[in-house]
Design a protein around this ligand. Structure first.
Ligand SMILES: [Fe+2]
Length: 363
């Protein structure tokens, strides 16, 4: 299978994986042949693109990080909690317990595929930022926690804290939250209260574990100090706070925001690596960059030598240097060949970005 961005989908392409709507309902079954009407409905669902299956990619398997239905249910549960708070309505204990159950399902899925790298395209299916970002932060945090050897109970606590890391923002003035330009000193002072507000909220309304609560409180602390709300440093910052801060910043950088386009994955990783020691715990960053696949299997990429191709394999030690099945001049009819970017003979070649698609092909 290969990933085709929404604007490159064409009639006759075959859907490689089932698609689910925002409430977790099936909207398109695997192997459905696309028509103009179906493409329009996929677009309306805010999908960035879908996996298709064709002759040039039928032997490339895609491993989703988490099941789309679980993700949709988690997003909807989270939305309910945010919306109730927004309207000053009480949030039932049941809603929090549902979230704990969704997180446990996500932890089980990730534990099943311990050696998998996170498919970052898979995490970018929808563009409803607030809630999907929180679920992504939870998934990235759990993946990092798994690689660090945390047990299942700890992973569930980590995921729960990560999912609710920004819950305190419901108590911040909407004009400040939605402001497009830079915040004034006073506005930033207000904004900086959201970790403590979220921490107090969780303790008062639900409880949960101390480690989840601290994850929320510490997610804007910086490894060398100068973070907020308590300006603590190094290992005085809770482990969950240190993990969530990496996941939060990476996913935010890799997402389109109203005021800027998403960074390409290599830039987002450069940023995380560049901010190691100052913002992030170096030991955690070292593990984090082995667990994400910025250019996941099945995505179409542009190489620095001008060729384009499909990623066929990723490696933990070289997350930016996958194997790529390349088509000379983008021509499907010519036998493809493989470039192994991690091979010493290919070190002068890099992935420079995602490629839109082989849109001129009729394969
Ligand atoms: Fe935050």
């Amino acid at each position: 299978m290969r990933f085709v961005p929404i604007f490159c989908l064409r009639n006759g392409m075959i859907c490689g994986d089932s698609l689910y709507g925002e409430r977790g309902e099936l909207v398109l079954a695997r192997n459905t042949v696309l028509t103009a009407d179906l493409i329009l409905s996929i677009r309306k669902l805010n999908y960035n693109g879908i996996y298709v299956v064709d002759d040039i990619s039928k032997d490339i398997p895609i491993v989703n990080t988490i099941n789309d239905r679980v993700r949709a249910q988690t997003v909807n549960g989270l939305k309910d909690i945010f919306i109730c708070n927004d309207k000053n309505l009480p949030v039932s204990q049941e809603k929090f317990t549902d979230m704990e159950n969704h997180i446990e399902t996500i932890v089980d899925e990730i534990l099943k595929n311990k050696n998998m790298m996170v498919n970052m395209v898979d995490l970018k299916v929808f563009d409803d930022y607030t809630y999907y970002h929180s679920v992504n932060v939870a998934v990235l945090s759990i993946v990092l926690g798994t690689a660090l050897g945390l047990d299942k109970t700890e992973l569930c606590n980590l995921g729960f804290g990560a999912l609710l890391h920004d819950i305190g923002k419901v108590f911040i003035d909407k004009d400040i939250l939605n402001k497009r330009g830079p915040l004034t000193d006073d506005e930033f002072k207000q904004m900086k209260k959201h970790p403590s507000l979220g921490y107090d909220y969780l303790i008062k309304e639900f409880g949960g574990s101390l480690s989840s609560q601290l994850g929320i409180l510490d997610h804007h602390e910086k490894f060398r100090g100068d973070g907020y709300p308590n300006d603590i440093k190094g290992e005085d910052i809770s482990l969950f706070g240190r993990i969530i801060s990496i996941a939060d910043v990476y996913d935010a950088l890799a997402s389109d925001r109203p005021y800027r386009k998403a960074l390409i994955p290599s830039e987002a990783i450069e940023y995380i690596m560049g901010a190691t020691y100052t913002f992030f715990d170096p030991e955690l960053v070292k593990v984090f960059i082995t667990k994400i696949a910025p250019y996941p299997v099945g995505t179409c990429v542009k190489l620095s030598n001008g060729l384009i191709g499909i990623v066929t394999e990723n490696f933990e030690s070289y997350c930016l240097r996958p194997n790529v099945r390349v088509f000379q001049d983008g021509d499907f009819k010519v036998t493809p060949f493989e470039i192994r970017l991690a091979d010493h003979k290919s070190l002068n070649i890099t992935v420079i970005d995602f490629a839109e698609d082989f849109s001129n092909s009729d394969a």
